[in-house]
Design a protein around this ligand. Structure first.
Ligand code: NAD
Length: 495
């Protein structure tokens, strides 16, 4: 779908939702917290004002979600009726594709083709979960207890009030990945978007209302992570938190959940290996390796940030990826020649540059990039690091920028050890001309997702989640509603 990148007036596009919170079906002004600026990362200039929700507003929003849940207007609907609601949301997202893409561009900064595809993906995610809404089954069996025959069955019931906390790297899509299953399961909830990128979440709130979802089922509280996010995570009347974000914050949420032992799903960070074996088709593998780290300016949880290359082909891969980095052009979203956008913020830019400086200090070679670019905004050059130790911090920690560490290896045992030598375990890929070899390595990788001659092809059709410190639990796939349901066993004497 083409996108008309004309003038963006955020206030006009958001109308009543501008600078407001969605609580109990109404757009309300923030009280104590006031407003904060949201910045276009391509210019560094403010484009709108966002409500800074605080503990009080989280409390009110959770109460609204609880009331809506108990009222049962949504959860008591047959699954097929909830499915219709999800389809209506999907249709509305598609109808407003251009506008949502523009809001995303001005807030997140990547080119419209990239972010537009995410808007389409968000609509499709609602449709996928519409399909699951009508497929919520228990099991039935006969048992004998105390010598008496008993019929038993299980019920899958919505878990209750869900807190959904999402990051800035794919704002609408990450919100869709939480709101769609939450609605399909019959829950009610509070969405807390990232403070850097709240605009499309607010627009989504309007579309959810337009689609006829009852008031209070979806509430949206914008605001700072350590205030609004932390209050939601610790709230005693929230039954479950669905979180996507950094591993550090994920660990804080584990503690925050202690009070009422709320359920948690955590989709966290990664330092994913992209493994090129000696028999790989380099004409395919090299551009794929570049795309795996440079798209979205490297702000992708599954980014192939460790490029592990057989020594026999390492020179060609370094040369090829360096050449692509050199011609990958960062630019403003209205620039049709821009391949990638800026980083999300000045803070993130400083962080990424800090890792490149640390790599240099540790003796790494920067074959291309490494610096800030552009006369405004938060742009950075695509960057390739070689001659870096696998133990150096930039080769171990998640950078979340377009910076790849290329590490050579001699044989398959060595690369498996290297690939698994990380606290993370989110994604990975193997590039080889021998399918059996690819499958053999796939079994040995400790990651929630493995690609063979493809990197990060995952979406909501299959389970998503991480081994080790990349997360807790799985979202999506045919069992994608499980984290939003509680299972109850019911026993009855049959005579
Ligand atoms: P972040 O953890 O800083 O923030 C994520 C969300 O948590 C934001 O809404 C933020 O406001 C909120 N938050 C921050 N502090 C909080 C606190 N103390 N209590 C509750 N909420 C709090 O992450 P980010 O920088 O926005 O996003 C980048 C991270 O997200 C990366 O680590 C990336 O790998 C990860 N990510 C993971 C996946 C996945 O599927 N595994 C997908 C996308 C991004």
């Amino acid at each position: 779908m083409g996108v008309d990148v004309s003038e963006v007036d955020v206030n006009e596009m958001l109308g009543r939702a501008s600078g407001k919170l969605l609580i109990g079906g109404d757009w309300v002004a923030p009280r104590a917290g006031g407003l904060f600026e949201t910045v276009d990362p391509g210019t560094g200039l403010p484009v709108g004002m966002i409500a800074a929700g605080d503990e009080t507003e989280i409390d009110t929003a959770v109460a609204a979600a609880r009331d809506a849940f108990e009222a049962g207007h949504w959860r008591s609907l047959p699954g097929s009726e909830r499915a219709k609601g999800l389809w209506r949301i999907a249709d509305l997202i598609e109808r407003h594709h251009n506008e949502l893409t523009l809001l995303e561009c001005v807030d997140q900064g990547q080119p419209p083709a990239y972010l537009g595809a995410m808007v389409t993906g968000s609509a499709n995610c609602f449709r996928y979960y519409a399909g699951l809404a009508d497929h919520i089954y228990g099991v039935a069996t006969d048992v004998v207890a105390g010598g008496e025959p008993i019929h038993a069955y299980t019920r899958q019931e919505p878990i209750g009030v869900v807190g959904m906390i999402v990051p800035w790297n794919a704002p609408l899509l990450m919100a869709a990945w939480k709101v769609a299953p939450m609605l399909a399961a019959g829950c009610a909830g509070v969405l807390k978007p990232a403070e850097e990128t709240s605009l499309t979440a607010l627009r989504l709130g309007q579309l959810v209302i337009e689609a006829g979802v009852p008031a209070g089922v979806v509430n949206i509280v914008t605001g700072r992570g350590h205030i609004a996010g932390a209050a939601l995570a610790a709230h005693p009347d929230v039954d479950k938190i669905a979180f996507t974000g950094s591993t550090d914050v994920g660990k804080q949420l584990v503690h925050a959940a202690e009070g009422n032992l709320k359920r948690l799903t955590l989709e966290l960070g990664g330092k994913s290996p992209f493994i090129v074996l000696d028999d790989a088709d380099l004409d395919t593998a090299i551009p794929a390796a570049a795309a795996a780290i440079f798209s979205n300016s490297g702000q992708v949880c599954s980014a192939g940030s460790r490029l592990l290359v057989d020594k026999r082909v390492a020179d060609r891969v370094v040369e090829g990826v360096t050449a692509i980095a050199r011609r990958t052009r960062p630019g403003y979203y209205t620039d049709p020649g821009a391949d990638i956008g800026p980083l999300i913020s000045g803070k993130q830019l400083d962080r990424v540059i800090g890792y490149v400086d640390a790599a240099r200090a540790a003796g790494a070679e920067v074959t291309v990039g490494g610096g800030r670019t552009g006369d405004r905004g938060f742009f950075i050059e695509p960057t390739v690091l070689t001659a870096i130790s696998p133990d150096a911090t930039p080769a171990r920690e998640e950078i979340f920028g377009p910076v790849v560490s290329i590490l050579p290896f001699s044989d398959v045992d060595e690369v498996v050890a290297l690939a698994n030598d990380t606290d993370y375990g989110l994604s990975s890929s193997i590039w080889t001309g021998d399918a059996a070899r690819g499958h053999a390595v796939a079994r040995r990788l400790r990651a929630g997702r493995v690609g063979i001659n493809v990197h990060s092809a995952g979406d909501y059709h299959l389970p998503t989640g991480g081994f080790k410190q990349s997360g807790w639990g799985r979202e999506h796939g045919p069992n994608g509603l499980d984290p939003y349901l509680e299972e109850k066993s019911v026993f009855t004497k049959i005579r």
